[in-house]
Each structure stands twice: as structure tokens, then as C-alpha cells.
Design a protein around this ligand. Structure first.
Ligand SMILES: Nc1ncnc2c1ncn2[C@@H]1O[C@H](COP(=O)(O)OP(=O)(O)OP(=O)(O)O)[C@@H](O)[C@H]1O
Length: 262
């Protein structure tokens, strides 16, 4: 049996044509195993979101394929959910209703109304947001909104969770709380995750592998770093961990020496 679960095969992306042609991605190849946590890091504008959007099915690659669990990705689908940097909750719906919208659509046939209600509550409990289920997005903090976005994404039980800088807009303390929660949830659910980040510590702390992209145009995968730190990982212990600091240094070296931006 093939071990890989998600295959990105020879993906190229060209935007526009003629004088406006922009060759963004060149020959991206990545095999991801079930339950793996992958971080994608690279300088601004290299094409990280483009890769994620191709996997999400929001963009069509110019060449190449994305295969998920044996099936070619063609357009968006409930087997992949995306969490963006800025929450995308509907402002006129409560926290509960925002998650319900996704669950009721995805599991209309599979679950009874009561089961769906319980599943919505369970999804909110997973991110400790059940206490605020009747609040509107405008009545909760940025970190709480991101939690609800994550609950909504996980409630669909996606085969792959796609995170596009999910903590980018949060303050440092909220960011670290949410990182810890995502680590805990990912371990409990054995979710397969592809996460874009600019934060070297976040990448090392959360990932099994860090995919480091070269600068564009025609960006590709420069190096992949295996993070062999045992789990569960504790951020405080990591601060003095030589191995952790070695990985951190490797990523910094790649970004600021090998792929230095001039
Ligand atoms: N729809 C589009 N049409 C034309 N060019 C695009 C389009 N989407 C992205 N690009 C270009 O592709 C390149 C990569 O963009 P992308 O958003 O994937 O980079 P990124 O690495 O995610 O950047 P950042 O870290 O700043 O979010 C950029 O030069 C961008 O201008």
C-alpha cells in the first residue's frame, strides 16, 4: 500500500500570458503521509498561498496534479478545509450558527438533527468555545474568532486541514495558546495538516517536516527539514533544547543565507 496520502506532483503555476505572464511555481513535488503536520515557509510572495490554494482546489495548476487519498483534486471539496489568516465567519450568525452552517450542509444525510447539534457542540468544545456559542463574531476577540474558524474547519472532518497563516494576525500570547491547542487537537485526531507560516519557531514547534521554498519567480521546494522532536512538545522545554535550536538555525540559515532577499 502506498504510504503517502496527499501527493503534489510536478505542479507548475503560471499566471497571465504574454507580457503579463508570471511564472510563479515550478515543479513542486511533495508527498504527505496521513497524520503528518507539514509547515511551508518561504519569503513573502514566493508562492506559498498559491500552493495551498491549488491543494484546496481554489486554483487550477497550470501543469501537474494533486492526488488526495487516491483521487485527483478538481475544485474545492468537503475533504479539504481551509483556515485563513483573517477569520471568515459570517458576521450576522452566532458562533454556533457559523459552525452549524457547515455541519448541516456536510452531514445532512449522514446525521440526524440531534446528532448534528451534538457534533456542533463537540467541535466548539474542542477549541474551548462552547461557552460563547450564542455570541456574534463582533462580540468575541480575534483569537476566539480564529478558534471558531478552526472548529468549523475541523467539524467537516476533512482529510486535510489547510492553514494559511492561521495565527498571523494574533498577538504573541494568543498565538502561542492557539498553537498549543492545534498541536493537542492534531495529536488527538491524527489530522493531516498543511500550514503556511512566516514564523520559524511556529514551524519547528508544530511540524513533522518543514518545506522550505526558494524565492520566486519559478519558486520550488528548496529543502525539506525533518523535525524529529518527540511529542507532545512543550514550548518552555524547547527553549533550552539543543535539537530544537539546531532545527531553528537550519531554517533561519535557509531563509537568510541561502535564499537571502536583496
Ligand atoms: N491570481 C493571481 N494572478 C496573478 N498573480 C498572482 C495571483 N495570485 C498570486 N499571484 C502572484 O503569485 C506570486 C505568489 O503569491 P502568493 O500569494 O502565493 O505568495 P506567498 O508566498 O503566499 O506570499 P505571502 O507570504 O506574502 O502571503 C506573487 O508574485 C503574486 O503576486
Amino acid at each position: 500500500m502506498k504510504e503517502q496520502f496527499l501527493d503534489i506532483e510536478h505542479v507548475n503555476m503560471v499566471f497571465g500570458s504574454g507580457k503579463k505572464e508570471s511564472r510563479v511555481l515550478s515543479d513542486i513535488n511533495l508527498e504527505v503521509k496521513k497524520g503528518e503536520f507539514i509547515a511551508i515557509i518561504g519569503h513573502s510572495g514566493c508562492g506559498k498561498s498559491t500552493v495551498l490554494n491549488i491543494v484546496a482546489g481554489l486554483l487550477d495548476a497550470t501543469n501537474g496534479d494533486v492526488i488526495l487519498d487516491g483521487k485527483e483534486v478538481k475544485g474545492p471539496g468537503p475533504d479539504r478545509s481551509v483556515v485563513f489568516q483573517n477569520h471568515s465567519l459570517l458576521p450576522w450568525l452566532t458562533v454556533y450558527e457559523n459552525v452549524a452552517l457547515a455541519v448541516n450542509k456536510a452531514f445532512k444525510e449522514k446525521m440526524t438533527a440531534k446528532e448534528r447539534h451534538e457534533w456542533i457542540l463537540e467541535s466548539l468544545k474542542m477549541v474551548h468555545m462552547d461557552h460563547a456559542m450564542d455570541k456574534l463574531p463582533s462580540q468575541i476577540s480575534g483569537g476566539m474568532k480564529q478558534r471558531v474558524g478552526i472548529a468549523r474547519a475541523l467539524s467537516l472532518e476533512p482529510k486535510v486541514l489547510l492553514l494559511d497563516e492561521p495565527f498571523g494576525a494574533l498577538d504573541a500570547l494568543t498565538r502561542s495558546h492557539l498553537q498549543d491547542e492545534v498541536m493537542r487537537i492534531q495529536e488527538n485526531l491524527n489530522s493531516t495538516v498543511l500550514m503556511i507560516t512566516h514564523d520559524v519557531d511556529e514551524a519547528v514547534l508544530l511540524s513533522d517536516r518543514i518545506v522550505m521554498m526558494t524565492n520566486g519567480p519559478e519558486a520550488t521546494i528548496g529543502e525539506i527539514l525533518d523535525i524529529k522532536l518527540p511529542r507532545p512538545r512543550n514550548r518552555i522545554e524547547m527553549a533550552d533544547n539543543a535539537e530544537y535550536n539546531h532545527y531553528r538555525h537550519e531554517v533561519l540559515h535557509f531563509l537568510h543565507e541561502k535564499q537571502r532577499k536583496h
